[in-house]
Each structure stands twice: as structure tokens, then as C-alpha cells.
Design a protein around this ligand. Structure first.
Ligand code: DAH
Length: 348
């Protein structure tokens, strides 16, 4: 008889525990404890064999009844708890669809990209196509072939980031310090055709970063090679570019200068876009802004490109992209370009 009492006690305990199980995980524990493989009710059922023969049928029936009732109560409770958890989750995750949306701010082109594209279209009108040369250059293309030998003092103008491993033929590699090495590449690829290209690209100099200079910046180089090209063509091209980019009433001033890869060499200025020549902080009270270095391609450089200087001539020019855009848009600090501050970038 003790077995029957024990079974009823367990039955009552199981129902009480079930009522106290408030989560699905508490329910699982409950199921393990009573109905699982080693659960207490399961163990009761296994004891049937050890009972006096006459008790076995009644006990067996009762164990099964209890088991089924508990199973039914468990299923019902599980369903109830699941529903409760679901509705709590739905309430927690509810979205108030009546709230106004947050605006998505679309991106746009970086100021430098805008400036470059404007320059491409200006030079396209004059028949220049874009020619791209690599950022990692061989020393020979960046210097020697441009008439800047190892001992040449002009090398001081281009403080260089060197690349550790050497390139073809053991030549040292570097991050180009200017876009001029692309001139040699364009000539060697295009010979014996006449050439009219612009060479845009990023340049790198091992320099102190200041309000006016970054160690990475864009340049735009130009190269024209043909028969009978003269300084007049160069000056006309610079004037046309200056007026299309800076405004139709710009004056252009040409000064003589020196670059190893051009002869003669010049520098071009425009009247200050801010004070129109009166003198202000932007032009350092000179009335003029320097816009480009240029010149007639040095005969040695033409030859290095494969063109016979007795038959061919050419002009070249080069200028920075960020600084002119600074003047045009009134940007006071070159570091703002790549500082990634959206308050700056979104203005353009
Ligand atoms: N490569 C020069 C520099 O980085 C700029 C330059 C000057 C380019 C004169 C030219 C040129 O093509 O003719 O300062």
C-alpha cells in the first residue's frame, strides 16, 4: 500500500510544482524531473515488477493514469507559457509606425573628385584624354628619365617615400613624388603617335603636414607632343584652362622658372580670385596666385620617351588639385580634405 500512497504524493507534488513553473526552461526542468527517462514517475513505473503479484495490475494502471494526466497538464501549461512569452515579446518589440522616419543622408562625391572631374571636362574640350600611371614608381621614371640624376640638387624638391623591395632590373621603387613620371610612360606607349594627355594622380612626399601641405595630394599633369608644338600652344592652353576653371575674366601671368624636365620652363599665375589683384591674405598681398609649373619638354626627356627632338617637340605642365580648389572654395586648411569630418565634406 505504501507504493500507492507514494505515487499519489508524487502526483500532488508534481501538480504543485507545475503550477509554480513560470518559464519554458522551468517547465523543461520539471519534465526531466518527473516524466523524463530518470524522472520520478518513470521510476515508479519501473517498480511494478518488484511488487506483490496481486498489486501489479492496479498499480500499473494507476501509474499510467498519473503519467498521462501529468503529460496532459504539462502540455497545457507549456502552451500557456509559450503564448504568454510570445505576447510579451511582441509587446517589447512593437514598433510605433506612426513615428516620423529619420532622414537618410545620401553621400556625394568628395571635393577632390569633383575638382578632378571638372578639370577632366575642361581639358577634354581642348582634346586631352586621361592617361593613368602607377602610384608606385621606379626611381628611374620618377627622377633619372626626367633629367633629374642622383646628384642633381633638384632632387631635394621631392622628399621621397621609398618602397622596401626593388622593381624590375633591381631599380629602387618609391611612391611617386609628382605625376611627371607618367610623361615617360605615355611617350613610350604612344610612340610614334602625337600625344595630348592629362595625367591625374595622387603624389606622396615625405614632408611635414601643415595648413598648406599634406604628404598626400593630387596633381594634374599635362603633356602634348607633336610636330611644331610651341610655347604659344602651351600659354594658350594654360589661359583657356585658367578661364574655364577660375572664371572668364582671369588674367594670366607667365614667369620664367626652372624645372629639369622642361626647357625653357615657366610658372603661371592668375590674378587673385579673392582681391582681383588688390592684395589680400590669400595672395600674400602680391595680387597673384601661382597655378602651375610648365615648359617645353626637355630634348633629353623627349628622347627618353622615344621621340627624336629634332623632329618632335612638346609642352608639359603640372599643378596641384587641392590648393586651387582651396582658393576657389575658400577652404582655409588643406588638412580638412582628408580629415573625414562630415561637417566639412557636406558643404561641397
Ligand atoms: N612635377 C612638378 C612638381 O611636382 C610640376 C611640374 C612642373 C610639372 C613643370 C610639369 C612641368 O610637367 O612642366 O612640382
Amino acid at each position: 500500500m505504501r507504493s500507492f500512497e507514494e505515487l499519489e504524493r508524487l502526483h500532488g507534488q508534481a501538480l504543485a510544482d507545475l503550477a509554480g513553473a513560470l518559464t519554458t526552461s522551468a517547465l523543461e526542468t520539471w519534465e526531466d524531473g518527473y516524466l523524463g527517462r530518470k524522472g520520478q514517475i518513470t521510476l515508479q513505473a519501473r517498480r511494478v515488477g518488484q511488487m506483490p503479484k496481486e498489486d501489479r495490475p492496479a498499480f500499473g494502471r494507476r501509474v499510467n493514469e498519473v503519467k498521462q494526466m501529468l503529460q496532459g497538464a504539462y502540455d497545457a501549461r507549456l502552451e500557456e507559457i509559450r503564448r504568454g512569452e510570445l505576447s510579451r515579446q511582441l509587446a517589447d518589440e512593437a514598433i510605433d509606425i506612426t513615428l516620423p522616419g529619420r532622414p537618410v543622408i545620401p553621400g556625394h562625391l568628395h571635393l577632390t573628385t569633383q575638382a578632378l572631374r571638372e578639370l577632366y571636362s575642361i581639358f577634354a574640350k581642348m582634346g586631352f584624354e586621361v592617361y593613368e600611371a602607377p602610384d608606385v614608381e621606379l626611381e628611374a621614371y620618377n627622377f633619372d628619365l626626367l633629367n633629374i640624376p642622383e646628384y642633381h640638387p633638384a632632387r631635394d624638391m621631392w622628399d621621397t617615400f621609398w618602397v622596401q623591395d626593388a622593381g624590375e632590373g633591381g631599380d629602387r621603387r618609391l611612391l611617386r613624388t609628382h605625376t611627371s613620371p607618367g610623361q615617360i610612360r605615355a611617350m613610350r606607349e604612344r610612340y610614334p603617335e602625337p600625344i595630348r594627355v592629362i595625367l591625374p594622380g595622387k603624389c606622396y612626399r615625405y614632408e611635414q603636414i601643415t595648413v598648406r601641405s599634406e604628404h598626400q595630394f593630387y596633381q594634374l599633369e599635362g603633356l602634348a607632343v607633336g610636330r611644331g608644338i610651341t610655347m604659344t600652344d602651351l600659354i594658350g592652353t594654360i589661359q583657356q584652362w585658367a578661364r574655364l576653371y577660375y572664371g572668364p575674366d582671369r588674367s594670366v601671368r607667365i614667369r620664367s622658372s626652372y624645372f629639369p624636365f622642361t626647357e625653357p620652363s615657366i610658372e603661371a599665375d592668375i590674378d587673385c580670385i579673392l582681391c582681383h589683384g588688390e592684395g589680400c591674405a590669400v595672395c600674400k598681398y602680391s595680387g597673384w596666385l601661382e597655378i602651375a609649373g610648365a615648359g617645353m619638354v626637355q630634348p633629353v626627356v623627349l628622347q627618353n620617351g622615344g621621340y627624336d627632338p629634332d623632329e618632335w617637340s612638346g609642352f608639359a605642365f603640372g599643378f596641384g588639385v587641392e590648393r586651387p580648389a582651396m582658393q576657389k572654395y575658400g577652404v582655409k586648411d588643406i588638412r580638412w580634405y582628408y580629415g573625414n569630418d562630415l561637417r566639412f565634406l557636406r558643404q561641397f
